[in-house]
Design a protein. Structure first.
Length: 379
């Protein structure tokens, strides 16, 4: 009998401890917490990298004829469109040359017409045997030479008119002007090495970045299916917290993996009408090669870290219950996890640092339409 009583006395504390863990302590005040439901959703797989914005085209402005700059139509740093006049060179000499060549052409056409009539006349006389073969052939040759001189002069006029057109230097692409080292009154030559300026194409714009070679199969598969979306955030936007991010898509994969770094160079193209991206600017890049279907997600701030690994607290029956999870990755403010949680369960987001397994909890009350208040820092 004594042995039975002694055994009961030893077992009772163990049973009492287990019962205390199984039920919330009634004497403790409930800890106010905020919860959110576990969700199953499609989550994009995001590849993060640092990139560098670069223009698709940088055009160097050079004169194609010699001349003095009469007028500068634009200012440094100005946005220009294709075909817009930039500089006008003095073209009076070419205008006079065109007038001279046109007068010469009129004279040559008259001579060519007379030579053609002579050739016709000698041809009829040759048929009636009133002229020699030599005179007939000479008339035909004179007519051909006169016609050739007309065509040569016409070509010279075209060339001179082209020089006149080149006296107005126009923008070859739409973009932003750089510095203009040459001013009105300067004499410029076609052979000079100093350019008149540069035009940098701003829209669209490229961003170049590198990713680990393990993403190559995913990228090739995604490109075979269609487009691979990419978003970037300029560093200035990251400081100011501006959204949305700039959206684009992959347009180029390098033909080889860099064996020294084990990375693959990628370029993405972005519409940049608002000018948020600037050539040479460093940006944060997020590439989405695929989407994971039906992933289990919780708020990232709900995931805690302990000696045994990652875990979350679930509000169940008025008490906090600890559940072990494996953190797969974070996607912005959501964490993709695997473990002992199910869709729809209420994970503790705010207040998780103040509870333990079995602690009584109470959902914080909020006014209708108000988001739950945050009472603890994100993990």
């Amino acid at each position: 009998m004594r042995q039975i009583l002694l055994a009961l006395l030893l077992v009772s504390p163990v049973l009492a401890a287990q019962a205390a863990l199984a039920q919330p302590a009634l004497g403790q005040p409930a800890v106010p917490v905020t919860t959110e439901a576990v969700r199953r959703e499609d989550v994009p797989v995001e590849v993060l990298a640092n990139g560098l914005a670069a223009s698709e085209s940088v055009v160097v402005i050079r004169p194609r004829v010699d001349g003095q700059i009469e007028r500068v139509h634009v200012a440094e740093g100005q946005m220009v469109v294709r075909g817009q006049p930039l500089f006008t060179l003095d073209s009076r000499q070419n205008q006079a040359l065109v007038a001279q060549q046109e007068a010469q052409l009129a004279a040559l056409r008259a001579q060519a017409q007379r030579a053609a009539l002579d050739a016709q006349r000698y041809q009829s006389l040759r048929g009636e045997s009133f002229t020699s073969v030599q005179r007939y052939e000479q008339a035909q040759s004179d007519a051909a030479v006169a016609a050739a001189q007309v065509r040569a002069t016409e070509a010279m006029i075209v060339q001179t008119r082209l020089s006149l057109a080149f006296a107005t230097i126009e923008a070859e692409v739409s973009g932003r002007l750089g510095a203009l080292p040459i001013r009105a009154g300067n004499y410029v030559r076609q052979a000079e090495a100093t350019p008149l300026g540069t035009i940098t194409q701003m829209d669209p714009i490229l961003v170049q970045f590198s990713v680990a070679e393990r993403w190559l199969p995913n990228l090739r598969e995604a490109l075979a299916r269609g487009r691979v979306p990419v978003t970037v955030r300029p560093q200035g936007d990251a400081v100011r917290g501006e959204e949305p991010r700039v959206e684009g898509e992959v347009v180029f994969l390098d033909s080889a993996v860099d064996s020294a770094t084990g990375t693959l160079t990628i370029r993405a193209r972005f519409a940049n009408a608002e000018g948020r991206l600037w050539p040479g600017q460093y940006v944060g890049v997020t590439m989405i090669p695929r989407v994971e279907r039906g992933a289990t997600t919780v708020p990232a701030s709900a995931v805690q870290t302990g000696q045994g690994g990652r875990y979350v607290f679930v509000a169940e029956g008025g008490a906090a219950r600890r559940r072990t999870v494996e953190l797969v990755r974070n996607v912005r403010d959501r964490a993709v996890v695997r473990g002992e949680i199910r869709e729809g369960e209420a994970v503790i987001v705010d207040g998780a640092q103040r509870v333990a397994d079995g602690t009584r909890v109470q959902e914080r009350s909020t006014r209708p339409g108000e988001a739950p208040a945050r009472i603890s820092s994100a993990n």
